[in-house]
Design a protein around this ligand. Structure first.
Ligand code: BTN
Length: 246
């Protein structure tokens, strides 16, 4: 059973926090609350999810006791730097601070440790706000992650409530941070930088080299025809899909 007081203690300031034992999806529940008229910035956490959602309609396996499944209802950032970029930065900072582990960011916002995806982020719009969902595999579940060979875990003794509280703290802090400072942190941890990739554009496969991320979080790639900024589509290295973006 997750304890709200412990999360608030790690957070260090007051915020509406709700912990559930089990729910379908913390993102769905928070969107529902917002639509029902509760527009407070708030945090919803669950010990497990029965229908955890990933990007592009995928599932996010959310077994009990081993992971972090949390959603924040937030105002939309106004300076053009997407919430997903900020959230990736916040996850790295949290894991570094609490566990002493250094994660890599696979554009847009998958977090990797030693070649395994340990965290995914799903940002969704609701009314004039955003629901930011973060799923972090803290320890390996007994049965692993069946059918998801890329999934890994931090494998740490760190306390989940502490991680949740610090995560909310760092997410809220990035909302006040200057975009360039957030972006420089993000750029230092990019996994795809300098890699040769393939992407689909208007049904056509194109080869390119990753050169960086622009000020709005788009992936800058060098193709035979010049520099392009990717904002929609899918990126692959060889036959392995590494990143899907909406
Ligand atoms: C991805 O990897 O594609 C994104 C995964 C996001 C999972 C989190 S867990 C908490 C929140 N609730 C959900 O249903 N999804 C997000």
């Amino acid at each position: 059973m997750l304890k709200e007081e412990k999360i608030l203690q790690a957070l260090g300031f007051d915020l509406p926090v709700t912990c559930l034992d089990v729910t379908d999806s913390t993102n769905l529940r928070l969107k529902e609350r917002c639509r029902a008229g509760d527009h407070r910035v708030q945090l919803l956490c669950a010990d497990s999810q029965t229908a955890g959602r990933g990007r592009l309609g995928r599932n996010f396996l959310s077994p009990e006791g081993t992971g972090i499944y949390m959603s924040l209802l937030l105002p939309l950032p106004e300076d053009g730097l997407p919430l997903t970029i900020r959230a990736a930065v916040a996850v790295c900072r949290t894991v570094e601070e609490v566990c002493g582990l250094s994660l890599k960011i696979k554009w847009v916002n998958d977090l990797f440790l030693q070649g395994k995806k340990v965290c995914g982020i799903l940002a969704e719009g609701v009314e004039n706000m955003a629901v930011l969902g973060i799923g972090l595999n803290v320890n390996m579940p007994e049965n692993g992650f069946p059918g998801v060979p890329v999934a890994g875990a931090l494998n740490t003794d760190a306390d989940r409530e502490t991680l949740m509280g610090r995560m909310a703290f760092h997410v809220l802090k990035t909302l006040e941070e200057r975009p360039d400072s957030c972006l420089s942190f993000y750029r230092e941890r990019m996994l795809l930088l300098g890699k040769d990739i393939t992407f689909l554009q208007s049904g056509q496969e194109k080869n390119a080299r990753v050169m960086g991320v622009d000020d709005k979080g788009g992936l800058m790639v060098q193709t035979d025809g010049g520099m392009e900024i990717l904002r929609t589509g899918e990126v692959t290295i060889g036959s392995h899909q590494v990143s899907a973006f909406e």
